[in-house]
Design a binder for this molecule. Structure first.
Ligand code: DAH
Length: 380
């Protein structure tokens, strides 16, 4: 860019003043020469090695550089500009000063002074522009990254256990507190474990109430958790105290109180000298821990694998509700396992988890526990 030698800008420029006004007396003749040269500038096509011409090129560089600095839009661009202007090797200022060698000795200090002034000025402009750019970038970042402290918090519901599982957990916790161990058995069972070993031979009428789903190989989906009693006693010699929670299956049509898939918890204790009093004490202890201090009653009943057998009711909101079956392990079952019924005795109980959950929470329809309706589940 070419600019008038005596533009307003140049007159205001302190370096220019150094050149025009504060020239040491010894160099006054240089200044005169220079003014002459400046006038001649337009006429001379190759004024190389001429002080005035060099000074004019510095003026032009000053103008061009300050424009470029002002227009720089990034710190990176500014750094490139600094290198191209002030770089020691090949920088524009160094290139203009290359002409210094061609000048007479007495002219060099003036040029040196001017060049230094220009260098300082450009450094000042560069750092000022850098600060501006950084400040703008910061303001922009602050505007973009604004944190709205009044915005509602991000909310992801944590969820919670299904009421059926929390009921199961609670039952397990109570029995663990009574010294029982949790054991497991397969959901696909054999006829032997599900029926025969529990004193329910083929054609026994008790099988009618426990029709189930039979698999091709003759296995079946277990109808209760009682087979775990047999499996456990086959592998563990008494004394045992175990509970076996799990899923069971029956060929039942779905209605408000029936589901073909449901859950039970089996309880088994075998030891020397266990009697009905132990069963009763254990059951009452559990029911009061689970339901609270409610009246409990034992009703005589029948299960093929216990003798005597009983059904247990709790008085819940003015009504007697049946909550579990239980009894003393039938000697025939112990004998089948090779255990001497004269020495060992035991008690067992089985309860439905859905039933316990429904009574506890006042749920009127078992289907609600399996429909995954969040409006229902969120209540627990
Ligand atoms: N297994 C029985 C059922 O599903 C429940 C039951 C009754 C289990 C008495 C027992 C028991 O261990 O002693 O109907």
């Amino acid at each position: 860019m070419s600019i008038p030698v005596n533009s307003q800008d140049n007159l205001k420029n302190p370096d220019r003043e150094i050149r025009r006004a504060s020239v040491p007396p010894a160099l006054e003749h240089v200044q005169e020469q220079q003014q002459q040269r400046l006038q001649q500038l337009g006429e001379r096509s190759d004024p190389r090695g001429d002080l005035g011409e060099v000074l004019d090129r510095l003026d032009a560089l000053e103008q061009q550089a300050s424009d470029q600095i002002r227009r720089a839009t990034s710190a990176q661009g500014l750094e490139q500009l600094r290198i191209s202007l002030l770089g020691k090797k090949g920088g524009q200022l160094s290139r203009v000063l290359g002409a210094m060698g061609a000048l007479p000795h007495d002219q060099r200090p003036l040029l040196g002074q001017r060049a230094n002034g220009l260098k300082k000025e450009l450094q000042g402009l560069l750092s000022e522009r850098l600060q501006q750019l950084e400040a703008t970038a910061l303001t922009q970042r602050l505007a973009e990254e604004v944190v709205d402290v009044s915005a509602p918090a991000l909310y992801r519901p944590l969820g919670h256990a299904h009421p059926l599982l929390s009921t199961l957990d609670e039952i397990v916790t109570i029995f663990c507190g009574l010294g029982y161990q949790v054991v497991d058995g397969p959901e696909i069972e054999t006829d032997h474990y599900n029926f025969s070993a529990l004193n329910i031979p083929e054609d026994h009428p008790a099988r009618d109430m426990q029709d189930t789903f039979y698999l091709a190989g003759g296995e079946l989906l277990r109808t209760h958790t009682s087979p775990v009693q047999i499996r456990h006693l086959e592998r563990h010699t008494p004394p045992v105290r175990v509970i076996a929670p799990g899923r069971v299956y029956r060929r039942d049509a779905v209605d408000a109180t029936h589901s073909p898939i449901f859950h039970q918890v089996e309880v088994l204790a075998v030891d020397e000298g266990l009697n009905f009093g132990h069963l009763r004490g254990t059951v009452i202890q559990f029911l009061q821990a689970f339901f609270g201090e409610l009246p409990v009653r034992f009703r005589a009943s029948y299960f093929p694998f216990t003798e005597p057998s009983a059904e247990v009711d709790v008085q819940w909101q003015g009504r007697w509700l049946e909550v579990m079956g239980c009894g003393m392990v039938d000697p025939a079952v112990l004998e089948g396992l090779g255990l001497d019924p004269e020495r060992w005795s035991g008690f067992a109980a089985g309860m439905g988890v859905e039933r316990a959950c429904m009574v506890r929470h006042g749920i009127d329809d078992i289907r609600r526990l399996f429909s995954s309706d969040l409006r229902f589940l969120r209540q627990f």
